[in-house]
Ligand binder design. Structure first.
Ligand code: AP5
Length: 223
């Protein structure tokens, strides 16, 4: 019986968290929860959560902890065979709430996987990103293009640009990252949970490194 993998993807906007998540969930057969995807779905469905989140997301800010913690922990509640979390926690308050919720269920985090990318590279990545309108598969016009321009390889849907990928919003998202989320790097490091990856390598190289690390973590846990 393989041990439970409870993983977090950490890193600045555009570091490649969604790109790697798509591969890792297949490698390790893990339930995947992206708070960004969850919020975008809420916005397009016009729910109360979506109405509260939309102006904040469009401004490049963070949805307040009082809102995001409850909905994320509820969505995670059913993932009792492990999980891959993308975009949460994003503040120390969120990390503390997640740790407490896991402890209450006698579970613990396996690792926080940090994908490191410098700010100047982020802007190039986000302005060239295209996302499948139907299922969220991620491409880049230059670094990871689809076979046919503007069309998703996987399901033939249209590729679109995210509203918050405009250069001025990207700058604000980076400020929010350095201010509120980067302190989590030390927080996870102090708890022996941080694993760092060089996100400037190709998507395949980053994937190979993360996959090898996660496979080792699982093996160590089983010994
Ligand atoms: P969210 O959707 O989580 O956005 P993000 O963290 O800013 O991350 P991105 O999705 O922009 O980037 P990514 O790291 O997944 O990169 P990707 O793989 O697409 O959150 C959106 C908003 O929701 C937030 O701003 C906030 O308002 C709100 N929110 C969400 N969670 C919240 C929380 N917990 N608390 C409060 N608010 C919250 O890659 C980017 C591009 O680069 C792609 O085009 C890709 O093809 C390309 N690429 C990927 N890897 C490589 C590589 N190795 N080399 C070259 N190109 C690459």
């Amino acid at each position: 019986m393989p041990s439970e993998l409870n993983l977090i993807l950490l890193g600045p906007p555009g570091a490649g968290k969604g790109t790697q998540a798509e591969r890792l969930t297949q490698d390790f057969d893990l339930p995947y929860l992206s708070t960004g995807n969850m919020l975008r779905a809420a916005v397009s469905e016009g729910t109360d959560l979506g109405k509260q989140a939309e102006p904040i997301m469009n401004e490049g800010g963070l949805v307040p902890d009082e809102i995001i913690i409850g909905v994320t922990l509820e969505a995670l509640g059913e993932a009792d065979d492990g999980f891959l979390l993308d975009g949460f926690p994003r503040t120390v308050g969120q990390a503390e709430a997640l740790t407490k919720a896991l402890e209450e269920r006698e579970r613990k985090l396996t690792a926080a996987l940090l994908i490191d990318v410098p700010d100047d590279e982020i802007v190039r990545r986000l302005t060239g990103r295209r996302t499948c309108a139907k299922n969220g598969h991620v491409y880049h016009v230059e670094f990871d293009p689809p076979k046919h321009e503007g069309v998703c390889d996987q399901d033939g849907s249209k590729l679109v640009q995210r509203d918050d990928d405009k250069p001025e919003t990207v700058e604000k998202r980076l400020v929010a990252y350095h201010d509120k989320t980067a302190p989590l790097v030390g927080w996870f490091e102090d708890r022996g949970l941080l694993r760092r990856f060089d996100g400037t390598r190709s998507p395949t190289e980053v994937h190979d490194h993360i996959r090898a690390t996660v496979a080792t973590l699982r093996l160590e846990d089983e010994l």
